[in-house]
Ligand binder design. Structure first.
Ligand SMILES: Cc1cc2nc3c(=O)[nH]c(=O)nc-3n(C[C@H](O)[C@H](O)[C@H](O)COP(=O)(O)OP(=O)(O)OC[C@H]3O[C@@H](n4cnc5c(N)ncnc54)[C@H](O)[C@@H]3O)c2cc1C
Length: 393
């Protein structure tokens, strides 16, 4: 079927993760025909439902990064949204713990870095204060971040979709974008290998782990542009019996921000998980991820193997978590879940920022790419959406 005038949208968003849905909520209005295309059966089946669900404060990222600005803005916007829309969330606070003197020195550095990002409410706690707050944690000192918290990401996505739909937006699932062609005044997209076509004036690529593939399909040389993603897996294990914790508990972050180190997260039901660790996918796994993306069968099922918890991680997790939670041993750790980070930063490379840009200068007017939206993308989703509207609409 060729695109008919009825199927010409003003705005088309590829990807119904938390960012695509936040964009739909931000940009939908009664005078705009807006559609979100999602290839899975439902919204939010990928990275947006495979993460720590932490509302970050914006502590760690370099000051000049969009990540840092959008995280700080997103934190406030997200708490306000959750209150207004009754989304389960809790501002439980986060402790970054130092287990020796070297790490104690790091706390001051992190505090100063956070202040540079506009996060000035961090406080250093001595051993006694820390003990009174979290008796199970053994550490010399800690930084407490009172604005860190947790959120029910599924309910958040539901609320964003409902708000977008109220403004006339449409979500179309089982609609994988398999080809993109430039047409006068916009783009024509083939859905599910040509099963049907739609056209749009503005095309937003919010395809998470496949944002590089979508940009490629639009005609961008992703290697020259630096858009090729380096997927990086994170496993979670759960302790049983579980220690009792009231705060999120993080170690000093890893060098280069590959990950934040194996931390303890508490979910809204009080359940503790450890993770995520960090492992770049190998070539075979990357092919599997990409095959899933272009396969005619259900891509979620295709990728099931990729999300299987890596075997034999208990020892490393016990060593990492046991540093600040004595009593965590291999024997009490069990597989929980995993997620894959859509990283622009390759192994050994410096940290990379979110990449959000309109592509007129590459010859693709009206194409807006969002690439490398890894953590803190959940926290920042509302701020990312506001940024896109402010800069490109
Ligand atoms: C292990 C881990 C822990 C994390 N922890 C946190 C945290 O605690 N706090 C935080 O703020 N952030 C965290 N993040 C980051 C956060 O989860 C992501 O930044 C966020 O979910 C990204 O949302 P998204 O909408 O961009 O991507 P996704 O949720 O991946 O959505 C993209 C969507 O696009 C669809 N799609 C792809 N290609 C096509 C196509 N061709 N046609 C149609 N649809 C397509 C996919 O099916 C998918 O549904 C974590 C990430 C990971 C991996």
């Amino acid at each position: 079927m060729n695109a008919t005038p009825e199927m010409m949208f003003d705005v088309l968003i590829i990807g119904a993760g938390v960012v695509g849905l936040a964009l739909a909520r931000q940009l939908a209005n009664r005078d705009r025909k807006l559609v979100v295309l999602e290839r899975n059966e439902r919204f939010g089946q990928e990275t947006s439902s495979r993460n720590s669900e932490v509302i970050h404060a914006g502590i760690y990222y370099p000051r000049e990064f969009l990540k840092s600005r959008l995280c700080v803005e997103g934190n406030g916007l997200l708490y306000a949204w959750c209150r207004r829309h009754d989304i389960p969330h809790a501002r439980i606070g986060k402790l970054i713990v130092a287990v020796n003197e070297d790490e104690e020195a790091e706390l001051a550095r992190i505090k100063a870095m956070a202040a540079g990002n506009g996060v000035s409410d961090l406080e250093i706690l001595g051993k006694r204060r820390l003990r009174s707050l979290e008796p199970a944690v053994a550490a010399q000192a800690a930084l407490i971040s009172p604005t860190s918290g947790i959120v029910d990401s599924h309910r958040l996505m539901q609320s964003l979709l409902a708000a977008a739909e109220t403004q006339g937006a449409i979500l179309s699932c089982r609609a994988g974008v398999t080809a993109i062609h430039r047409i006068a005044g916009g783009y024509e997209l083939e859905i599910n290998h040509g099963a049907y076509r739609v056209a749009t004036k503005i095309l937003i690529n919010s395809a998470g782990l496949h944002a590089d593939a979508v940009a490629y399909r639009a005609g961008i040389d992703i290697d020259a542009a630096g858009y090729r993603l380096r997927p990086c897996k994170g496993n979670y294990l759960r302790p049983s019996p579980s220690p009792s914790l009231r705060h999120l508990v993080y170690p000093i972050p890893l060098k280069n921000n590959v990950g934040l180190g194996i931390h303890a997260t508490v979910d809204l039901s009080g359940r503790i998980r450890f993770g995520p660790d960090s492992r770049y996918l190998n070539g075979e796994e990357i092919r599997m991820l990409q095959d899933g993306e272009i396969a005619k069968t259900n891509p979620t099922a295709e990728k099931a193997n990729l999300y299987a918890i890596d075997k034999g991680r208990e020892k490393d997790f016990a060593a990492a978590a046991g540093k600040y939670l004595p009593g965590i041993t291999e024997a009490i750790l069990f597989p929980d879940m995993s997620g894959i980070r859509p990283k622009l930063q390759g192994p050994g490379e410096p940290a990379a920022d979110f990449l959000i840009r309109e592509e007129s200068d590459r010859g693709f007017p009206g194409l807006i790419d969002l690439i490398g939206i890894e953590s803190p993308g959940l926290t920042a989703c509302l701020a990312i959406a506001a940024y896109v509207e402010k800069n490109f609409f």
